[in-house]
Design a protein. Structure first.
Length: 433
């Protein structure tokens, strides 16, 4: 009972912090409240002595697809690769080039961006796309003197909708599919139509939501920004490109995503250090990208994992599973996983719900419904997925406000209808086929 109270209080305090005091001041130091509150909650849970610390330690290093340490390596390394190009001015220069050649109106640009992100996400992953496209959109909107919100929303929604199509699109897909022995092709045959339904609904609703803003002309004139450090740019592009390709094909050849990202980031650091030694200069772009990496995600994810594991070890997971039963698994697990992602983040949620599905025997419907909830839950609040926290962090660095209330508006208008449509189609697919 103590564990449940601590976990519930921690989640409520985290959400309250995001809404009312996103920053905590400690003298001259400012830290994000969301990870500070969760870390405090996990520490209190461990100090209470009602949790098997050794068992949690084993779970943290377990060889699973959603091992929190692997996920952290993946996120941090991909961030360094993307931010390195931003430090060199690549995205700013790319935005200027795109604006100079943008002869069409905003509507065509909007639909083109959504479709491009959708296609790329299917073959890579939502996180890679969010890290790569968000800086570009910020620069492009600034140069074009247009509101970035329609494009940022289109990018984030498309990345976290079409990531459902293949197993490799989201770490939560990989974990749930692996946990229940779902093969790559079998997964796609079931997930394809629900993904298409969610994608079509989300695109239509996004257009209706932003149609007035998209009717405005492109008023800005692009400056001819250029990247000065061409050798470093080539190194950065090669590493990001090779890493992206390897992430797409890694599942086919048995190489895990975290290892691909770690090798790419390590090679990038080594290459830039060698280049700096040859030039006898500091690797400023590399150092800048390392400073800007979201290190706060480390205590957040580890603490959330500890909280969910503690609940599972105390039998809470099995009790909830028995209460939910096995009738109507698609709507029950779909909607619950969607909202649970926004309480504890979609990765700990996937671990928690995997245990519930195993305990209840809810079957394939619950598995696929949880996959849908874990993906679409990302654009209901920024807590829903690590991609949302990364997205918010990048926007803050570019001076673009997209807070909790903006996420909620987008979630109510787009995420909930897309979720309903996707779950409805999933039920039809599982029933008919």
């Amino acid at each position: 009972m103590v564990n449940i109270i601590i976990c519930a209080a921690t989640c409520l305090a985290m959400i309250s912090g995001v809404l009312f005091f996103p920053k905590i001041k400690l003298g001259k130091l400012k830290i994000d409240s969301y990870w500070a509150v969760v870390t405090l909650g996990a520490a209190i849970l461990l100090l209470c002595g009602q949790t098997d610390v050794a068992a949690i330690g084993k779970a943290l290093v377990a060889d699973t697809a959603v091992n929190p340490l692997k996920i952290l390596v993946l996120f941090l390394c991909m961030t360094v690769l993307s931010v390195f190009l931003d430090e060199l001015g690549f995205f700013r220069a790319l935005a200027g080039f795109a604006l100079r050649h943008a002869h069409s109106g905003q509507k065509r640009l909007f639909f083109s961006l959504y479709c491009m992100v959708a296609v790329l996400t299917v073959f890579t992953s939502n996180d890679v796309i969010v890290l790569s496209f968000t800086p570009f959109i910020c620069y492009f909107a600034r140069e074009a003197k247009i509101d970035p919100m329609p494009y940022l929303a289109a990018e984030f929604v498309a990345a976290n909708t079409w990531s459902m199509a293949l197993v490799i699109g989201n770490p939560t897909n990989i974990y749930l599919a692996t946990a229940f022995g779902v093969e790559f092709v079998s997964y796609f045959l079931v997930a394809a139509l629900p993904t298409l339904a969610a994608g079509g609904v989300s695109l239509l609703l996004l257009y209706l939501l932003f149609r007035k803003k998209l009717a405005e002309p492109l008023a800005g004139q692009a400056e001819r920004d250029r990247v000065e450090d061409i050798p470093a740019l080539v190194i950065g592009l090669v590493h990001l490109g090779v890493c992206t390709v390897m992430l797409a094909v890694g599942s086919y050849i048995g190489v895990e995503m975290w290892l691909v990202a770690a090798c790419a980031a390590g090679s990038l650091c080594l290459s830039n250090c060698i280049l700096a030694l040859v030039r006898r200069k500091k690797p400023r772009a590399l150092l800048g990208s390392l400073r800007r990496a979201p290190w706060q995600l480390v205590p957040f994810l580890l603490s959330m994992f500890i909280l969910t594991e503690a609940l599972a070890m105390q039998g809470t997971t099995a009790k909830i599973a028995n209460f939910l039963g096995t009738e109507f698994p698609v709507p029950i697990y779909g909607f619950l996983s969607f909202f649970a992602s926004n309480l504890i983040n979609n990765i700990p949620m996937s671990v928690f719900f995997s245990s519930m599905i195993s305990a209840s025997g809810a079957g394939a419907g619950a598995v696929y419904a949880t996959v849908i909830g874990s993906n679409l839950g990302a654009f209901f609040t920024p807590i829903g997925a690590l991609a949302g926290l990364m997205f918010s962090s990048i926007l803050a660095q570019h001076g673009v406000k997209f807070g909790y209330k903006d996420f909620l508006k987008l979630g109510v208008a787009v995420a909930l209808p897309s979720l309903t449509a996707s779950l409805g189609v999933l039920w039809g697919v599982l029933t008919l086929f």
